[in-house]
Ligand binder design. Structure first.
Ligand SMILES: Nc1ncnc2c1ncn2[C@@H]1O[C@H](COP(=O)(O)OP(=O)(O)OP(=O)(O)O)[C@@H](O)[C@H]1O
Length: 358
């Protein structure tokens, strides 16, 4: 297995790990006579720090849900160990694991609300199961519904709510027993972009204001970009890359991660854009990846100037990720070929990532 972590930043959490997977492999037995045994996860090691939002991305079938089920103890690994808080799940009995599971909140794509219960009844349910007295239950339900902005809908039933509101009830219910860890499995996949933004903002508040550690599983990069501190990329059951969202998204080190990220950053002009650019820009076209470095563009300009190369930005853009600049700029470079070559060599020597467009 190749696990690539960033050189620039420590990929390990700065503080104490709350969830730890050590060399976890999960095989599923052959399904029926003709099915072959399947390895859903292979030798996966990762740590989630207490208090962070940790994203896991991967395509369908990459093993994301299996990973969630291992962390909440619904599955046991074929090999390796899973730790949650002070517990090593793999060393516990099923009954003990159920106890640990009560301290983990779960959020699902399909909300999983009781249709026959009111909004308040849904949020109260886990408290009832935990044996919390009725007056205390009512107090906590009101506080939770206020937190998610649905106090005025307490007596409605789920079918009277929008998808986003249902998910907010799901979040309130998951928080009812005051878990230290929230597992969020494709929670926004059924929601439109605006509602997704609202639900993610609420999860951010859960993390920041209540200090809840969040593991969020998704195939949507924008979800990771907008909420996660660190991310792990799963591909075919293997953890191929992990690190800060900035490092993994701005500078992916594996092809699998780059494939994911390439779909959102769109950092090179497409073939059609290039053809259009060429009609009006006869010079050499070079795409430079923006670095989070003070004076980066000034240094670029100075290098071109020193080599007497004219550089005009003809495509690209800069956006932000975790408050740091990301993006790329395509320049049209005009000047004697030797001078252009020398300027590009100088930039490369300075660690600038660039690609000449064909
Ligand atoms: N209980 C099971 N028995 C047999 N195979 C399983 C079981 N659970 C998962 N798998 C298989 O393990 C692999 C990983 O599945 P998993 O659901 O973890 O992926 P995923 O990344 O969550 O995908 P999706 O986003 O589609 O849910 C898949 O090939 C799946 O068919």
């Amino acid at each position: 297995m190749s696990v690539t972590t960033s050189d620039a930043e420590p990929s390990g959490p700065a503080t104490e790990a709350y969830v730890r997977l050590e060399h976890v492999t999960k095989h599923f037995p052959a399904n029926g006579r003709r099915g072959a045994p399947l390895t859903a996860l292979r030798d996966v090691s990762l740590e989630v720090a207490r208090g962070e939002v940790f994203g896991v991305i991967g395509h369908s079938g990459a093993g994301k849900s299996t990973l969630v089920r291992l962390v909440n103890g619904l599955e046991t690994p074929s090999e390796g160990r899973v730790h949650v808080g002070p517990h090593e799940l793999t060393a516990l009995s099923e009954r003990e694991r159920r106890g640990v599971r009560r301290d983990i909140g779960m959020i699902f794509q399909q909300f999983n609300l009781f249709r026959s219960r009111t909004v308040a009844g849904n949020v109260a349910y886990p408290l009832k199961v935990a044996g919390v007295a009725s007056a205390e239950r009512d107090r906590r339900v009101a506080r939770l519904l206020d937190f998610v902005g649905l106090l005025d809908r307490a007596h409605d039933h789920p079918e009277q709510l929008s998808g986003g509101q249902k998910q907010r009830v799901g979040i309130a219910r998951a928080l009812a027993t005051e878990p230290a860890l929230l597992l969020v499995d494709e929670a926004t996949s059924a929601l439109d972009p605006e509602t997704t933004g609202e639900v993610l903002a609420l999860l951010r508040r859960v993390n920041r204001e209540l200090g809840v550690t969040i593991v969020i599983i998704t195939h949507e990069l924008d979800v990771i970009r907008s909420i996660a501190d660190r991310v792990a990329v799963l591909d075919g059951g293997e953890l191929v890359e992990s690190g800060s969202v900035y490092e993994v998204f701005a500078h992916p080190r594996t092809e699998a991660a780059a494939r994911f990220v390439g779909t959102t950053l769109r950092d090179r002009p497409s073939a059609a854009t290039l053809a259009r650019l060429r009609r009006t820009h006869p010079g050499r076209l070079v795409t430079v990846r923006v670095r989070d470095r003070t004076g980066f563009q000034t240094a670029l300009a100075a290098t071109f100037l020193r080599h007497e190369v004219a550089a005009e930005i003809v495509f690209g853009g800069i956006s932000e990720l975790q408050d740091r600049p990301v993006g790329s700029l395509t320049f049209e470079l005009t000047g004697p070929p030797d001078a252009v070559d020398a300027s590009l060599a100088a930039l490369r020597a300075d660690g600038v990532e660039l690609a000449e467009e064909d």
